[in-house]
Ligand binder design. Structure first.
Ligand code: GDP
Ligand code: ZN
Length: 358
């Protein structure tokens, strides 16, 4: 059997180098296309196979973030006999990752998409256009390690188009901006310079901004039909037979996972700093390092606000973001304290029980 090339799936020198020790151990590389609980659909040189992680990988994982996610490159041992699943022995280092907190009260990290190269931050240019939301998505993409591209969709509905584009350029200096109308099929070609063979793109944005419409445009009509046929099985039950990492007909891959769609904001200092680089740079120039920018002498922020180099709205969203982050940190601490309290309670109970026995 002739081996499939993994390059269209994003295999490159980075992953080849990381994989080298596993190759010596007789394992083969593959990329996760779909995850269903503990079962993974993995694309390998021998085609698509189902796989499970080994007990050892499970055991050694420090948390869910150490387990494979869609988009991950993994080291596999092929299935031995008929009907058996391959085993995943390692997850290769990630170039980028999108995470969210796992369901429940614990603040455990769960990776919902790995190794995304470029993320399209989609916003609708209709009434729902919200610059603050775009800032949040920018923070997430900076955190992930993927390169952001702002996609302004529904250009057909936009009223003050130029003003909105200028606003986005203020929010996201240096980030490419693409204008399009997915419904009309206009501007789809402007996305193509960001998608080439082996490149993985993902879409992020609020519900209703047109992400599915854009994906369908990229897939083309034929793929769209196939997806429709596949969306239900013969027993009428809905099954997820489609891949969440999809090869595009023109080269490149698009990541479309449910997790990406329900991503929560996981803000961190790094993401904030990069998104509000201009504000942070000004703040660093204030005379006092603990300047609250509330009228202290030598405040660069006040100066910039006065001469118009810093927009009041932008500074306001920076402040709001800082306040939200502080709140999130408090909540996280409270949760951690609660978990600790529960642990102490359980330990005490176990201890008291053991005392009774003796
Ligand atoms: P998603 O929730 O982000 O995946 O959004 P959808 O792709 O499902 O689109 C939501 C709605 O917006 C649908 O009714 C689409 O037909 C519509 N839509 C998508 N793109 C455009 C566009 O460029 N212009 C207009 N006017 N409507 C669009
Ligand atoms: Zn200041």
């Amino acid at each position: 059997m002739s081996a499939l090339s993994l390059e269209p799936y994003g295999w490159d020198a980075f992953f080849a180098e990381a994989f080298a020790p596993h190759a010596r151990a007789g394992l083969m590389p593959g990329r996760v296309l779909l995850q269903h609980n503990k079962i993974y659909l993995v694309c390998t040189r021998q085609g698509e196979i189902y796989a499970e992680v080994t007990g050892r990988v499970l055991h050694e994982a420090r948390g869910r973030e150490d387990l494979p996610a869609v988009g991950d490159w993994v080291a596999l041992r092929p299935a031995g006999g008929e009907g058996r699943r391959a085993t995943i022995h390692a997850v290769l280092p990630r170039k980028s990752k999108f995470s969210r907190k796992a369901a429940g009260s614990r603040t455990e990290e769960q990776v919902v998409a790995a190794n995304v190269d470029t993320v399209f931050l989609v916003a609708g240019l209709d009434n729902d256009f919200n610059p603050r939301r775009l800032e949040r998505y920018l923070i997430m993409s900076h955190e992930s390690g993927a390169r952001p591209v702002v996609v302004l969709n529904k250009a057909d509905l936009a009223e003050d188009l130029e003003e909105k584009v200028r606003e986005v350029e203020r929010i996201a200096p240096g980030v490419p901006v693409v204008l399009m109308s997915a419904r009309r099929g206009e501007g789809v070609e402007r996305l193509l310079p960001f998608i080439w063979t082996g490149q993985t793109v993902a879409l992020m944005g609020s519900s209703g901004v047109g992400k599915s419409t854009i994906v369908n445009r990229l897939l083309g009509d034929e793929a769209q039909r196939t997806q429709e046929v596949r969306s239900g099985d013969d027993r009428g039950k809905h099954t997820t037979t489609h891949r969440e990492l999809i090869l595009l007909p023109g080269g490149g891959l698009v990541m479309d996972t449910p997790g990406m769609r329900e991503l929560q904001l996981l803000v961190s200092d790094r993401g904030l700093r990069e998104t509000f680089d201009d504000v942070e740079t000004l703040a660093a120039e204030c005379r006092f390092s603990d300047c609250r920018h509330e009228g202290e002498p030598g405040c660069r922020i006040r100066e910039a606000l006065a001469d118009g180099t810093l927009a009041a709205a932008r500074f306001e969203s920076y402040r709001k973001m800082l306040a939200e982050m502080a709140q999130a940190a408090v909540r996280q601490e409270q949760r951690a304290a609660q978990v600790e309290k529960g642990r102490v309670k359980r330990l005490t109970r176990a201890y008291n029980k053991s005392k009774k026995r003796y």
